[in-house]
Every structure is written in structure tokens, then in C-alpha cells.
Design a binder for this molecule. Structure first.
Ligand code: NAD
Length: 431
């Protein structure tokens, strides 16, 4: 099947590549000339484990091409996926300007027998609005909604072996075509869930709202544990074995970041507000998360008192989670901003996110391509992203490199007692 995917970011590039890998002829379309040039050279504009090899193979076997020319790119495509960004606008609502721009370009160029599929996360009602907008410009075409649930860092696995595929359609034919498209990925009897476009749009927000709620919940409990001499890690184990609760997404940390949870929580709050509905719980989830992003900076300040100016802080991990170079809304950025404002010198290491971090901070930080390099002369280390390489470092080497052996462990990777035994002053979250 010939497929066009508009937007070749984290979602569009993975979607297009996985669809090519299952035998389809895919063209990735992006307005960013630089991105398309990189892809045309067989390189990647983002980091996602395993993706480079798949892109290269499918390009070589001529199932995957890229262009900036939308009008030409969509010719002959049976399915046209839209995977452009839908960031948060100043009001908190999702900014749909990229989606409307694509919709208008499609209206002018699309053939009536194609189906447009919205993969971007969009407020409930967007499918209807896009359909009407395209119709008003003289084209009549079905718009389906197929929200994406992949996680950066494990995106290929999530796409190839999804827990479920959610598809919102208005016609049986569109549902059948999408079922055929996804059947290679659902061979292990994973469900293909057909519903209305409105329910599909809502499903994506409810999923992210639930996950964000779990994180803010455990963070709130962690903060209380600290005041009570209880250890959230023991409590987490104590509750996680209860099958009604489970372990997933109940790890305390420095607050959730990334390009999805913060904006999607705000988008659903905003959407409800336009309908005079107040989402008390979502408001609280957002507030708790904003406060949680200050927990690490506040711990650093509390330890050093008012004497932060001129101190050196090493930071391990800038990406909002391991396995990606994505630093959008990353909690490490809150820490960096606050420490820079206090006159702290910052030395960072991240296995993949240094180029993106350099774009934001240029020479305001010192960058190290090795974890130990960031520790040289540091008064403390803040561990913000739990990359695997940070799990079992050589603590003796670390102590030798640091001016004072102090660790702020934002992911509870280490055991407080062990760290004290090794001579570190150790601060975790909720312990
Ligand atoms: P991204 O910013 O990485 O990629 C978006 C791409 O769209 C960019 O390459 C941009 O140049 C391109 N684009 C913008 N306007 C365009 C236009 N008019 N024509 C052609 N290309 C255009 O975004 P992303 O992280 O891939 O997210 C895309 C959507 O998927 C968002 O709605 C997001 O909420 C949703 N989503 C993201 C994830 C994730 O983990 N990143 C997971 C699930 C859903």
C-alpha cells in the first residue's frame, strides 16, 4: 500500500519506518528542509534505539523515501497520516496551527479516494473540524483518528508490538483498510479497537492523564514519606504487589517531562474548561508536577545553604527519560535554570542529549562526553535521568574526582545506607 506520513519527528518517523518495514511503500513528508536532507543522507535527525538501521534498510530497499513537497508526496497514497507536533499554546490549549496548515495543503491537493489519518494527539472534536475544513475547501474525504501510544526510547517495540491499536472511523471501509494495515503488528492477538473518532481522540488524553496522575500521586506520597522517616521505595514495594495497584509508573522522581504529559494534561484541562467542566484532579496533577520539578533544586539549595555561588554541580542525564535525546520539558532543565540563576557552575553528561542541550544553553554549561568527566571538581552530583550506565558506577573513582562526595539521586538508583557506607552524603526522593 502506498502511504504518506506528514511530519517526520519522533512519531512520524517511527510510524513511517515501521509501516515500510512491513512491506508498504512509504513517503515521509516534512517542511523542515534540514531534517529531510539528513534523512536523505541515510542519517537520523533524532535518537531512537534501533531506528537508524531500520531507516537505512528500508531506504536501501526503496520502500522509504522523504520529501518536503507535500503536493507531490501524497500523490497515489491510499492513507495519509498526519503526525505533526501539537505543542502547548500560551492558553494551555493544544496549538493546532501545524495541523490546520497541513489540512489546508491537503484540501488543495488530495484525491477523494484517499483517507487522512490523524496520528497527532489532538483535542476531541479536531477530527470533525478537520473534515469540515477540508470539505469547505471543496474536497470530500474521510478523516480517521489513530492516536499513537509509543514511548520514546522503546518506540520501535511499542509500534511493532502494540498493547492495542485504537482507530476512530466514520465508515466501515476506513476501519477495514486500517485493520489490514495494522494486521502484521497484531499477530499476537493484540486488540484492534474500532470506535468513533471522538472516542479515539479522548482515549489518548485519558491514557496520558492516567499515567501523569500515577506519577504525581507517587511523588506526593514520596514527599510525605520524607517527613515521616518512611522510605517510599519500601512503600512502593508494599503497594506494588497488590495486583489492583501494580508497579508500573509508580516510581518517584524529579517530576514528569517530555513532549506529551505536561502538554496533554494542560490540553485536557483547557478542553474541559471550554465546556464549563473543572477537572479538579488534573489541575492537582499539574500543580504537583510543577512543584516536583523544584524538589531537586530545593534539596541542593537546602544542603549548601545560601552559599551556592561559585559551586560546581555535575548533572547526569538531561533527556526527559533514558533512551532518547528529547529534552522537551525535561526536569533537568528546571534544575539547570535554577542553578544558573544562583551562580552555580554546571557540568553535564548525557549519552544522547548533549547536542539538544547545547542548542539551548550554548557555553553556559560545561559538557562532558563521559559520566566521570562531568564529576571533575564537582561539589555535588545530581542524577536526573536513569540511563542504564548510571546504575552501577565506580563510586571510589567518583569520590576521587569530586571535590565533595554529595549525591542528589533524583531516581532513587542507589541505596541510602550503601552510599553512606561509601562515604557519600546522599539525598534520594522520599527516603
Ligand atoms: P516532533 O516535533 O518530533 O515532530 C513533528 C514534525 O512535524 C517535525 O519534524 C516538524 O518539522 C513537522 N511539521 C510541522 N509542521 C509541518 C507541516 N506543515 N508540514 C510538514 N511537516 C510539518 O513531534 P512528535 O514528538 O513526533 O509528536 C507528534 C505528535 O504525536 C504530537 O501530537 C504528539 O503529542 C504526538 N505523540 C508524541 C509521542 C512522543 O513520544 N513524542 C507519543 C505519542 C503521541
Amino acid at each position: 500500500m502506498k502511504i504518506a506520513v506528514i511530519g517526520t519527528g519522533y512519531v512520524g518517523l517511527v510510524t513511517g519506518t515501521c509501516l515500510a518495514e512491513s512491506g508498504n511503500e512509504v513517503i515521509g513528508i516534512d517542511k523542515d528542509i534540514g531534517k529531510v536532507k539528513i534523512l536523505d543522507e541515510g542519517r537520523l535527525p533524532i535518537y531512537e534505539p534501533g531506528l537508524l538501521e531500520l531507516v537505512q534498510r528500508n531506504r536501501r530497499e526503496q520502500r522509504l523515501t522523504f520529501t518536503t513537497d507535500l503536493a507531490a508526496g501524497i500523490q497515489g497514497a491510499k492513507l495519509i497520516f498526519i503526525a505533526v507536533g501539537t505543542p502547548q499554546s500560551d492558553s494551555g490549549a493544544a496549538d493546532l496551527s501545524a495541523l490546520w496548515a497541513v489540512g489546508d495543503a491537503l484540501a488543495a491537493n488530495v484525491k477523494n479516494d484517499a483517507i487522512i489519518v490523524i496520528k497527532s494527539t489532538v483535542p476531541v472534536g479536531t477530527n470533525r473540524k478537520l473534515t469540515d475544513r477540508i470539505k469547505a475547501k471543496g474536497a470530500s474525504i474521510e478523516v480517521a483518528s489513530n492516536p499513537e501510544f509509543l514511548k520514546e526510547g522503546a518506540a520501535l517495540d511499542d509500534f511493532m508490538k502494540p498493547d492495542r491499536v485504537v482507530v476512530g472511523v466514520r465508515s466501515t471501509a476506513a476501519g477495514e483498510l486500517l485493520k489490514e494495515l495494522y494486521s502484521p503488528f497484531l499477530r499476537t492477538e493484540r486488540p484492534f479497537l474500532l470506535m468513533s473518532p471522538e472516542s479515539a481522540e479522548m482515549t489518548k488524553y485519558v491514557a496520558n492523564a492516567m499515567l501523569a496522575t500515577k506519577i504525581s500521586f507517587i511523588n506526593e506520597m514520596a514527599n510525605l514519606c520524607e517527613k515521616l522517616d518512611a522510605d517510599i521505595n519500601d512503600v512502593r514495594r508494599g503497594i506494588g504487589h497488590d495486583q489492583r495497584i501494580g508497579f508500573q509508573f509508580l516510581h518517584p522522581g524529579p517530576g514528569y517531562g517530555g513532549s506529551c504529559f505536561p502538554k496533554d494534561v494542560n490540553a485536557i484541562i483547557h478542553l474541559a474548561k471550554t465546556l464549563d467542566v473543572k477537572l479538579e484532579l488534573m489541575d492537582a496533577v499539574d500543580r504537583v508536577n510543577i512543584a516536583q520539578k523544584l524538589v531537586l533544586p530545593n534539596k541542593v539549595k537546602a544542603h549548601f545553604g545560601n552559599d551556592l555561588k561559585g559551586k560546581t554541580l555535575a548533572i547526569w542525564g538531561i533527556a526527559f527519560k533514558p533512551g532518547t535525546d528529547d529534552i522537551r520539558e525535561a526536569p533537568a532543565l528546571s534544575l539547570i535554570d535554577r542553578m544558573l540563576a544562583e551562580g552555580v557552575h554546571i557540568r553535564i553528561h548525557d549519552p544522547e542529549a548533549i547536542p539538544n542541550t547545547k542548542q539551548l544553553y550554548a557555553d553556559k554549561l560545561t559538557y562532558s562526553d563521559r559520566p566521570y568527566g562531568a564529576l571533575e571538581g564537582a561539589d555535588a552530583l545530581a542524577l536526573v535521568t536513569e540511563w542504564p550506565a548510571f546504575r552501577r558506577p565506580d563510586f571510589e573513582v567518583m569520590k576521587k574526582l569530586m571535590r565533595t562526595p554529595v549525591i542528589f539521586d533524583g531516581r532513587n538508583l542507589y541505596e541510602p545506607k550503601t552510599m553512606e557506607g561509601l562515604g557519600f552524603t546522599y539525598f534520594g526522593i522520599g527516603r
